[in-house]
Design a protein around this ligand. Structure first.
Ligand SMILES: Nc1ncnc2c1ncn2[C@@H]1O[C@H](COP(=O)(O)OP(=O)(O)OP(=O)(O)O)[C@@H](O)[C@H]1O
Ligand SMILES: [Mg+2]
Length: 721
């Protein structure tokens, strides 16, 4: 039944109901104006003795938010046991209605977000996090100007159901950032994630993650890769992709630091500009380090809620929106990272906190670009030179004094988006490329003179003999080109592209004409995977051959072999010798049910390498886009060893076995140095890794690695005679 009056406000009609409240159109006789009155369920007051106190305190904070892009809260109170808010009445409808009516253009999206961003950023600097940003909380006035409503109200209603230490999280799953779904610390960047989703929805008319149940949607935010917006709306400019990918990055550190940054980038793309390095550079960590993004609403002790606070079932009974759910934290904790299950082994998920405050990417950083964007960048920047001599040519020169360690003599790696070549002891560094495009999957061909690498959807190569960069081939219609690994004997190549793997004969000249999936199929002896044994589509990140080229290993994102239905990055080893789908043999899969790596709560395995025999090296992700714990795993005896070779500290990435298997080359960043940490390279004997020996990094020029989030991805050249 509709009340006649709430406080001094005369109630005219019901405007609607949301996840936990009813909103009425009302009239304020004192100020003689129309208002909206939002009434929260009286259960909030009754079931939690702390609520009243909290409501008053929080309400003051919310009411203190005065900004032209935030719906003003005029008054708060309690009437007949029912807490209520009085807000400005917004008569222009909500963004949710506009999206339902039609897909928005980029210009329209920019216009709306540009109006909202300053308010959001101001709230964040005050420590107020929205926590429930979504199109229905963006309301328009009569002139069509958008405002954010319900700032901080989700937090308030959480009083009843518990916080991280309690039992539940409240929010709307479709817009919930991974850290919110997992119950780990939220901050302003949690709202930025939601803006990413809203942008996705404005430009495509659909939400990025959809599933049958709210819980399943929440899990997808934690485990599924960020969907590619260009697949949903191919008419968008390509640079919208990196904006979505950055806004919706799983790790807060990788998101835009402020809504303003996001809007700046979007505005540039809308104006037809290519994003600059700075616009694409992830700056989340910088502001976090300055303390601009507090992690909790000030003045709210996090432990005031008893851990036995019950999960309310009132919403369902009252006919509240089912998409606004209360999620048991324990369950999410388990699914999100296995913390609840393995708390004895794994550090708490909260280890992320020091990461957020410590990591930093200076403004001069080279951008991280998603594969789609990379494609364009590289295509437009690199001046292709005509293919000259075939790279299988015999070497014409060999430096006489090159040291040989671990069976290797040279290292090629990525620094500031360029390829660098140096001797294995760091001497004689030389920059090989200058195009600024991202590069990955570096590999030496057996001739010892050709370095293959990927740049977007293009396979490129650098030839030492001629000092030229050239294109081998490109797969323009692929969704993604993820790996291109030539076997040790140089006769086959394993190509991971658009969730499929092809193993085809490798021949430099033939490969130049292979540009589509169809071309690959047409090759004699082509083998296409996945098969029944590889669990459908494979989102491959990296691939390796065994030393005898009979086995292959893939690092991919797929259903976790530990038995749950969630996604995890993992490695599978297969025997593909006769390459018949029915006979393909899965030899091992890890970590899966084998072991539970420290720092694997995110289920991200940024990198792996294989000595070609029984040993793998890999790392988890704790900071800076993929620096984490360093492991060796033996797939024959299933033994995993955690390594902390440098001063017993985290974090590592991109370990590579030396050609003779006696050394490991890896990159290290001291997590303890926070934002000051620089990337260092080490090349050390495997036998001494866990002896506490004092290793020295490979000497590199001052300030060599400028972006602490960059992956060096080194490749060692087998020593040349
Ligand atoms: N200040 C306002 N002026 C006019 N209409 C409003 C105002 N605030 C809310 N409404 C309308 O009232 C309805 C209910 O809003 P409410 O905020 O409770 O739900 P919601 O935004 O869908 O979900 P949530 O509870 O997560 O915020 C919505 O249709 C909304 O458009
Ligand atoms: Mg609302």
């Amino acid at each position: 039944m509709q009340p006649v009056k709430i406080g001094r406000y005369e109630i005219k009609s019901e405007l609607g109901r949301g996840g936990m409240a009813t909103v009425y159109r009302g009239y304020d006789p004192l100020f003689e104006r129309e208002v909206a009155v939002k009434v929260l369920p009286s259960e909030l007051l009754h079931s939690d003795p702390q609520f009243k106190l909290r409501f008053e305190r929080e309400a003051k904070i919310i009411a203190s938010l005065e900004h032209p892009s935030i719906v003003p809260v005029y008054d708060v109170g309690e009437d007949n046991g029912q807490p209520y808010f009085v807000m400005r009445y917004m008569n222009g409808g909500s963004l949710s209605e506009r999206i339902k009516a039609k897909i928005l253009t980029i210009d329209e999206a920019v216009k709306i977000l540009a109006q909202l961003a300053p308010g959001m950023d101001e709230a964040h600097t005050k420590g107020i996090i929205h926590r429930d940003l979504k199109p229905s909380n963006i309301l328009f006035d009569g002139k069509g100007v958008p405002y954010i409503s319900d700032f901080g109200i989700a937090k308030l209603s959480q009083a009843q159901s518990g916080n991280v230490t309690g039992s539940a999280i409240i929010g709307t799953p479709a817009y919930m950032a991974p850290e919110q779904a997992q119950g780990t610390g939220v901050d302003g960047r949690t709202d930025i994630y939601a803006v990413g989703i809203i942008l996705f929805e404005m430009l495509t008319g659909r939400q990025p993650y959809e599933a049958d149940t709210p819980m399943a949607v929440a899990f997808k935010h934690i485990t599924d890769p960020v969907p590619q917006i260009l697949l949903s709306n191919p008419n968008l400019p390509e640079d919208v992709e990196p904006i979505i990918q950055t806004a919706m990055a799983k790790n807060k550190d990788d998101r835009f630091a402020t809504a303003g940054d996001l809007v700046d980038s979007l505005r540039a793309v809308a104006a037809g500009q290519k994003l600059t390095a700075e616009q694409l550079t992830v700056r989340g960590a910088v502001s976090a380090g300055k303390g601009a993004l507090p992690t909790v609403v000030k003045g709210v002790p996090s432990k005031t809620v008893k851990s036995d606070a019950k999960i309310p079932d009132a919403p369902a009974k009252k006919g509240f929106n089912i998409w606004f759910v209360v999620i048991p934290v324990v369950l999410l904790g388990m699914l999100g990272g296995g913390y609840a299950l393995f708390s004895g082994i794994n550090p708490p998920v909260e280890t992320e906190a020091p990461v957020a405050t410590s990591s930093s990417a200076p403004a001069t950083d080279i951008p991280e670009v998603t594969p789609l964007a990379t494609e364009t960048t590289s295509a437009s920047v690199i001046a292709e030179t005509a293919t000259t001599a075939p790279p299988t040519e015999t070497p014409t020169q060999a430096a006489p004094a090159v040291p040989k360690i671990g069976g290797a003599d040279k290292i090629v790696l990525v620094a500031n988006n360029e390829l660098w070549l140096m001797n294995v002891d760091g001497s004689d560094p030389k920059q090989l490329t200058t195009d600024g495009a991202t590069k990955n999957d570096l590999q030496w061909l057996p001739d010892g003179q050709t370095i293959l690498f990927l740049s977007g959807k293009t396979v490129k190569f650098y030839k030492i003999t001629t000092d030229t960069v050239d294109t081998l081939t490109t797969f323009p219609s692929a969704v993604s080109l993820d790996a291109f690994q030539v076997s040790h004997d140089g006769k086959q190549v394993m190509i991971a592209m658009s969730n499929e793997i092809f193993v085809v004969p490798f021949d430099f000249e033939t490969m130049k004409n292979i540009r589509t999936r169809g071309n690959l199929f047409g090759m004699e002896g082509a083998c296409i995977l996945p098969t029944g044994k590889t669990n459908a589509a494979l989102a491959v990140r990296e691939a390796r051959w065994s030393a005898d080229d009979k086995l292959v290993a893939w690092l991919y994102n797929g259903v976790d072999a530990a038995g749950s239905s969630i996604q995890a990055e993992q490695v599978s080893v297969f025997n593909i010798q006769d390459c018949k789908p029915e006979t393909i043999d899965l030899i091992d899969n890890f970590p899966g049910s084998r072991f539970s790596p420290v720092g694997f709560q995110t289920r991200i395995m940024p990198d792996f390498d294989w000595d070609g025999l029984t040993q793998f090296a890999f790392n988890t992700s704790r900071r800076n886009n993929g620096w984490g714990e360093f492991y060796i795993y033996n797939y024959e005896n299933h033994k995993a060893t955690l390594l902390h070779p440098i001063d017993n500290k985290c974090c590592y990435r991109d370990a590579r076995w030396s050609p003779d298997g006696t050394y490991l080359l890896f990159a290290f960043q001291d997590i303890g140095l926070g934002a000051e940490a620089v990337s260092l390279l080490y090349y050390v004997p495997v036998g001494e890794l866990n002896t506490g020996a004092n290793f020295k990094p490979i000497p590199l020029p001052e300030g060599f690695f400028k972006n602490p989030k960059e992956a060096p991805q080194p490749a060692l050249r087998p020593a040349q005679p």
